[in-house]
Design a protein around this ligand. Structure first.
Ligand code: GAP
Length: 439
């Protein structure tokens, strides 16, 4: 993880937020390559969940919602973690996760294990960020930064159903920011206070929910495989304790290695009719579905798939990072073996030297390819160094223009993973890349 964090900063994937002021705790900024990587990942999810299906609609709900939403959802009363303070070291820890925490005093021990530790009684700490709407900081104007995107979907259930004339079963999907004032965030972008979720709520007739749950469990695992995450690093984990509203819940876990090991990246939950019923009760508005052919009304059950865009981006980076020997070379290389659909740069174009019309031809090729793919142009340093620079950011193909290119119009295309080089006509590059770059 340390090597990955350093690569992410050095190459412009991820920076600490407000770094010049010493950083903000567990908040991260995506740099030029990071924003492309995360966007590719979100696009892949949107394509799989919205564009390729006629039974799911997309929305983009506001972050700030009516405060009653969070009373109805149970977050005001129940979105809490037990918190203990240490009067000696001033540390704050989750009372139910002391075995995972480290006391800052030396030698390294769990909080409470040093004779000097003075842990307070646990108190319930609500994880929602609170702020005020309008100029008056008073109780009546309290609003929350949403801790999950799901509620924006529930409150729009009927708006979407009626405007699209969808019939149950159907789903609503969205991608958006969520905020949680986590007591113990950390492990780079794994647990942060501001993050992005990609959530889908699938509304089904009560009694059919178990079949839909199994379908989504399998479907979501398939998506993680499609991103190139290694199948032996992925597994399901059933929740040992179900939330009061849930009938079934599974996590998809990814093996981050090191001390993190297998950790949740996505949750698949059968939320029953809890959320719609609660919003019905708190808003006083009916949220029933009318099944015309059967002439019956009911509050649908919801199968939810909820995945963190930042967490899967981190999983993709961990999965892709490798250090390896290069045959015939003394120096090894660092490679991000990202799935081509996720790679921030799809192809890099090099002029072998800055002479004989090579830069002009390479610029022409890069300019033409840019209409179709994110492309980088590089003419500095040895060709070996340029390959290494692209390998460590995961660029699947490098195209080199040499003196032969200028006379016969051919170029070499080098594959990041196999290191194989093909000599092809410059006119054929676009077709060559299109065939090999999915999405
Ligand atoms: N609507 C259900 C829900 O929010 P969750 O298990 O609390 O469920 C779903 O969150 C996903 O959101 C997690 O699997 C994880 O990928 C991501 N997530 C949750 N808290 C996070 C945090 N503090 N930092 C980064 N990602 C987080």
């Amino acid at each position: 993880m340390d090597k990955l964090v350093s690569l992410c900063k050095r190459r412009g994937f991820i920076f600490q937020s407000s770094e010049i002021y010493g950083g903000t705790g567990s908040v991260w900024d995506y740099g030029p390559l990071g924003v492309e990587l995360k966007k590719n990942l979100k696009d892949s999810w949107w394509r799989a969940m919205v564009r390729m299906r006629d039974d799911i609609e997309g929305i983009d709900a506001a972050i700030l919602m009516h405060p009653r939403v969070w009373e109805a959802s149970g977050h005001v009363a129940g979105f809490v973690d037990p918190l203990v303070d240490c009067k000696a070291c001033k540390g704050r820890f989750r009372a139910d996760k002391l075995e995972d925490a480290r006391c800052p005093q030396k030698p390294s021990k769990h909080p409470g294990e040093h004779t000097t530790c003075q842990l307070t009684e646990a108190r319930q700490f609500n994880l929602m960020f609170k702020t005020y709407m309008g100029p008056l900081e008073e109780t009546a104007s309290v609003v929350y930064l949403r801790p999950e995107t799901a509620q924006g979907i529930f409150v729009n259930f009927l708006n979407v159903q009626q405007s699209t004339r969808q019939k149950v079963p159907f789903g609503i999907a969205q991608i958006g920011k969520a905020f949680r004032n986590e007591i113990t965030p950390g492990n780079f972008t794994f647990r942060t206070r501001e993050f992005e979720q990609m959530e889908m709520q699938f509304f089904v007739e009560p009694g059919t929910d178990e079949g839909h749950f199994e379908y989504w469990k399998a479907e979501r695992m398939r998506w993680h495989h499609s991103l190139g995450l290694s199948p032996d690093r992925l597994r399901y984990k059933a929740h040992e304790q179900l939330a009061h509203y849930a009938r079934a819940a599974f996590d998809i876990e990814f093996d981050f290695g090191g001390t993190l090991g297998f950790q949740e990246i996505e949750g698949i939950h059968n939320r029953t009719d809890f959320d719609l019923s609660r919003h019905q009760e708190y808003s006083g508005k009916k949220l029933e579905y009318f099944d015309q052919p059967a002439n019956k009304r009911y509050v649908p059950f919801v199968i939810e798939t909820s995945v963190g865009a930042d967490r899967v981006t981190l999983a993709a980076l961990v999965n892709a990072y490798r250090e390896e020997e290069v045959p015939g070379e003394s120096e090894g290389r660092v490679v991000l073996g990202l799935h081509p659909s996720l790679a921030p740069i799809k192809a890099a174009v090099f002029a072998l030297t800055k002479k004989e019309g090579m830069p002009e031809m390479a610029h022409r090729i890069a300019g033409e390819l840019r209409n179709h793919f994110p492309v980088d142009y590089d003419e500095t340093g040895s060709i070996g160094k340029r390959y290494r620079r692209q390998d460590e950011v995961g660029t699947p193909f490098c195209i080199t223009v040499d003196s032969e290119s200028v006379t016969d119009g051919t170029v070499t295309v080098r594959d990041r993973d196999t290191l194989a080089q093909d000599r092809i006509s410059a006119d054929a590059i676009r077709g060559y890349l299109t065939e090999r770059l999915p999405g």
